[in-house]
Ligand binder design. Structure first.
Ligand SMILES: [Zn+2]
Length: 431
């Protein structure tokens, strides 16, 4: 298969025209097959023939997570007997949404992941160790497997957790790449050091990292990445995806944001009033899937705040690149005149080697204002430690949250809940 599609090196104009022709196909498909969008077109007196350019998308109302939740079945464009796999969104807020994938959707998913891994440098014949789950209705895990198979790589499916077994597998099968939540690499390093494993000379060249940010907005390494690389000098590639998008944005070797694949997804970056932001400004990523058969989405608002970068990349691709996610729109915290997002707080907490695990809890106080409580476990017994952490928050974010020390045995069970695919470092208890 072609792992470096020609369209990615085409000019921005050519990419736009190509996407507009794909958009046309999508609109016809939705008009014919999607109960949800049929109704939406009808209720808004929309003639799909009036949507010719990417700018025309603005004439169509956006689709929200709420729409997906309330009308989940109306989004299905194929009968249920065509569904091969049922995946669900992670559902940290409310009920999860069901995504059925048809046989063609699995092919598309495999293609998407294969070109995304190729973007990060994975090649045919490479051994890749998956430190993520492939089950629990997790679409990405399945995508990794299918994509690696499609490109001719070898997969070692370890699943998450248990550093001892991960190392055993690394020494046995000599993977070149790992796919993991990056903070887990710190646990693996810690285990290797305590048990005298020669991890610095292992076969691992790089890790493709999900779920947690690795970069600041200027693409410099954030604290988590620095902490990993200080100990273990491997390449760390970010990949960003979601069940709704069924598409990944993965970094190339130059690591300046996840590349868009124009044949798979149309992106818009919208402001509060759903107008496109100026180029270079941040806004909510809004996506339109291309080539999806079972549950295609039109102008779906992801809730993720990002920036788009359009300059051609040194790797030769001219596709748009997405910045690290600034935060989830819903998780915005207004605290004493400052607006902030959980990832910025996580970054500060990751800076302390003595913090063994943490959870950021946001709740409403008695007058409805946002209140931040940081629960953390530490092996630092100095009673000044809490003040030190709080001072760091004041210096970096200009807020001084409440900090509670919690016993590691109790907190680690809450943070690393086996039911969740990722560590639960953030809980929103606001009404
Ligand atoms: Zn690139």
């Amino acid at each position: 298969m072609e792992l470096y599609p020609k369209i990615e090196t085409s000019s921005r104009d050519t990419i736009k025209q190509f996407q507009e022709s794909k958009l046309k196909e999508l609109l016809i498909y939705l008009q014919d097959h999607s109960p949800f969008y049929q109704r939406l077109f009808k209720e808004n007196n929309l003639d799909i023939n009036d949507i010719k350019t990417l700018e025309d998308l603005q004439k169509i109302p956006t689709t929200s997570k709420n729409d997906l939740q309330q009308h989940n079945h109306n989004f299905f464009c194929v009968p249920f007997d065509k569904i091969v796999d049922y995946s669900t969104t992670s559902g940290t807020l409310g009920d999860p949404v069901t995504f059925g994938l048809s046989d063609n959707d699995l092919e598309r998913l495999a293609y998407n992941e294969a070109i995304s891994f190729a973007c990060a440098g994975v090649q045919k014949g490479d051994v890749v160790q998956m430190i993520t789950t492939i089950d629990k209705r997790f679409m990405a895990g399945l995508a990794y497997f299918l994509g690696l198979r499609k490109m001719g790589a070898s997969v070692v499916r370890m699943g998450p957790g248990i550093p001892e077994l991960q190392w055993d597998s690394i020494f046995r099968y000599k993977p070149k790449y790992l796919i993991t939540v990056p903070s887990f690499l710190l646990k693996m390093i810690d285990y290797a050091e305590k048990h005298g494993l020669d991890y610095k000379n292992s076969s691992v060249y790089g890790a493709i990292c999900i779920g947690e940010g690795l970069k600041n907005q200027d693409f410099a390494d954030n604290i988590l990445s620095k902490k990993i690389k200080e100990k273990w000098d491997i390449q760390l590639f970010s990949t960003y995806a979601s069940t709704e998008m069924s598409t990944a944005f993965t970094e190339c070797e130059f690591q300046v944001g996840g590349h868009q694949h124009p044949e798979l997804i149309i992106t818009e970056i919208l402001d509060e009033n759903e107008n496109p932001v100026q180029e270079g400004e941040s806004g909510e990523l809004t996506i339109t899937t291309l080539g999806v058969e079972a549950i295609p989405l039109l102008r779906f608002k992801t809730g993720d705040l990002v920036k788009a970068h359009y300059e051609p990349c040194q790797c030769g691709r001219n596709t748009m690149r997405l910045s690290p996610v600034i935060g989830r729109k819903q998780q915005m915290i207004k605290y004493k005149g400052t607006t902030l997002y959980p990832p910025a707080m996580g970054d500060i907490l990751n800076d302390f080697n003595n913090i063994l695990c943490y959870q950021i809890v946001i709740q409403s106080d008695e007058i409805g204002l946002d209140e931040i409580i940081i629960k953390l476990s530490t092996d630092n017994e100095n009673e000044n430690f809490v003040n030190e952490v709080r001072d760091h928050f004041r210096a970096k974010l200009r807020v001084g949250p409440k900090i509670e020390i919690v016993d590691f045995d109790i907190l680690s069970k809450i943070v690393f809940n086996p039911i969740s695919r990722k560590p639960i470092n953030f809980i929103d208890l606001r009404a």
